[in-house]
Design a protein around this ligand. Structure first.
Ligand SMILES: [Zn+2]
Length: 286
């Protein structure tokens, strides 16, 4: 069933587990992750992101995501991830997405607050919850992250502080908050250093569900620790892309045809998703 993200995240926060968001840019991914959630009787979040639209048009893909969520046996929220422009966010709302993340974190603080607040007002009118980001998670490949790949003290300039988090929530009214505590998007070139103490401090300072972006490539223990320290939603994309790419390479080397390859891809993405859902502790929490 299609649900708002707010309810499933509150339940996760209280229950000490996390709900996974798996961005699904085609129907193979969509089928794989929904099958995994149904098999484990787990809530799940699917969706796409503004930077991923060149790989799957919102008007084409969006209705398939919403329809699959409605037909699923488990609670499924459909999230528009890292919304960067009002135009695309509103388009996602029109398509029927039940959650959105507005990302103004690359802009100045004041602009981030102003735009996020506006997006919250629009989305709340339609019963859709909004996640904001304070601090900057960044890309594993981007200069700023590489530059900060040295002394931890320097790198921590980009980390969210409890004071910032509290103030941002008060000013914007977001329903969930993405925090920067040392992760980055994409594939890591060196081992990320997570600041769990900072995460605990943020958790103690605010009451909304906290979100971990840039989760692909973290160790199982990293995930367990982050969830123990208060993360209620984990975003995964790179890991299921890798599972799909590996399935394609293996299938081709085995001489599989297009349709067989497609089935192998769906199956292997499902397997990768099952492992993550078990790790996040959301099994049987539907
Ligand atoms: Zn992200």
């Amino acid at each position: 069933m299609l649900v708002n993200v707010k309810g499933i995240l509150k339940k996760a926060q209280e229950g000490g587990y996390a709900v996974g968001l798996f961005n699904t840019t085609d129907t193979d991914m969509l089928e794989g992750v929904i099958a995994a959630a149904e098999e484990l009787n787990s809530p799940i979040i699917i969706g796409t992101a503004e930077v991923l639209l060149p790989y799957g048009e919102l008007k084409l893909l969006g209705p398939a995501l919403v329809d699959a969520a409605k037909r699923a046996k488990v609670p499924v929220a459909v999230n528009f991830d890292h919304g960067l422009t009002f135009e695309r966010c509103v388009e996602a709302l029109q398509v029927g997405f039940s959650a959105l993340m507005y990302d103004g974190s690359a802009k100045g603080y004041k602009q981030n607050v102003r735009e996020t607040r506006e997006m919250v007002e629009i989305a709340h009118m339609m019963g859709v919850s909004v996640e904001g980001e304070i601090g900057h998670v960044g890309q594993a490949s981007e200069d700023s992250y590489e530059k900060h790949d040295g002394p931890v003290a320097e790198r921590e300039d980009m980390y969210t502080t409890p004071e910032e988090a509290k103030e941002f929530l008060r000013l914007t009214g977001v329903d969930a908050l993405a925090v920067a505590i040392g992760t980055a998007h994409g594939e890591y070139k060196s081992k990320p250093i997570l600041n769990l103490k900072r995460l605990q401090e943020i958790r103690a300072a605010v009451d909304v569900p906290l979100v971990l972006h840039g989760g692909s490539g973290l160790s199982d223990d990293d995930f367990r620790n982050c969830i123990k320290c208060g993360i209620a939603k984990v975003n995964i994309f790179t890991d299921i892309c890798l599972a799909g790419a590996k399935a394609t390479a293996e299938g081709l080397s085995q001489g599989m045809g297009y349709l067989e390859l497609r089935n192998k891809k769906v199956n292997d993405i499902k397997e990768a998703t099952l492992a993550k859902l078990r790790l996040f502790g959301s099994e049987n929490k539907a």
